[in-house]
Design a protein around this ligand. Sequence first.
Ligand code: PMP
Length: 350
Amino acid sequence: MNSSFRRFATQATVNGFNGAVGNTPLIYLKHLSAQTGCHIYGKAEFQNPGGSVKDRAALGLVEDAEAKGWLKPGGTVVEGTAGNTGIGLAHVCRSKGYKCVIYMPNTQSQEKIDLLQMLGADVRPVPAVAYENPKNYNHQAQAYAEQLENAIWTNQFDNTANAKAHYTSTGPEIWEQTQGNIDGFICSTGTGGTLAGVGKFLQEKSKGKTQIWLADPPGSVLSSYITSGGKLIERSGSSITEGIGQGRVTDNLATFINGLTGGFTIPDTKSIAMLYKLLDSEGLYMGASSALNVVAAVELAQKLGKGSTVVTILCDGAYRYQSRLFSKSWLKSKDLANAIPLHLRKYSVL
Ligand code: PMP
């Protein structure tokens, strides 16, 4: 160890949990960049204090409701969420003194349910049924909030305060971090808040020079919606990626859908291979949506040509899903064990 090295605090002091949301690093993915001859960056959203990109949306949704006078001290925040928005909301609610009720599909990982409960949220797992069904977790959240006093349904899918949070924070950070040298931005969508907010900001700032693309997991209809010029197909197929994939154009996505250049659908086999590669060569232990985003960023960079700069989102870490994504038997049950490159199988257990 070099004993003469002393590092003093250089980071600005921030005000509480909420002040710690955002200002995440932009990580240069060295090996993938060298391999492709492009510059591929991942925005380290897993470094938010609640562990995911959704901390930004959670804070934005709550602050918007406060500003509009919809939420008063001691109130209740209700949301339907696959997990990360709930985790962000649970943190924000604790830090601001609100109660938090989370409806979620019962297909989500146990790690996320446990964490939400430990953060003090009232978690209500419900059967995973389509949006059209009134028993869908979103509709149940809305109905519950409507019959409570001093309560809001944050409505992350169609409340555009979500995309606005990314327009005012994630987008400007990426622009500043790349000093405006950004040829492409691509990410997957759940609510579409990240893609629409970041995309709109970058496209405006670059005066249309930065191309914005969408990445879908199998079973999501948005990339075909864009490439077909606006045809919404029936959902079919499924993916092991949690928190992404969509069957409709949400109000958040609608704020920017016309600005998208194109989309890719990334099969789970490629996302799993990238998940292990990110760990092995970049040292990054990521969730599956981040891996899918990186596969898509590589494809976009190759499309834009040698020397291009492409940014994507590293949404959250693997810690929330490790009992699945790093389990040989779980991957086998999904017919994905063979997707792990042979030399990287040492990383999976059980
Ligand atoms: N990745 C993960 C792990 C998520 O939980 C989510 C949100 N559900 C996303 C990506 C997509 O973000 P957005 O809702 O902004 O489209």
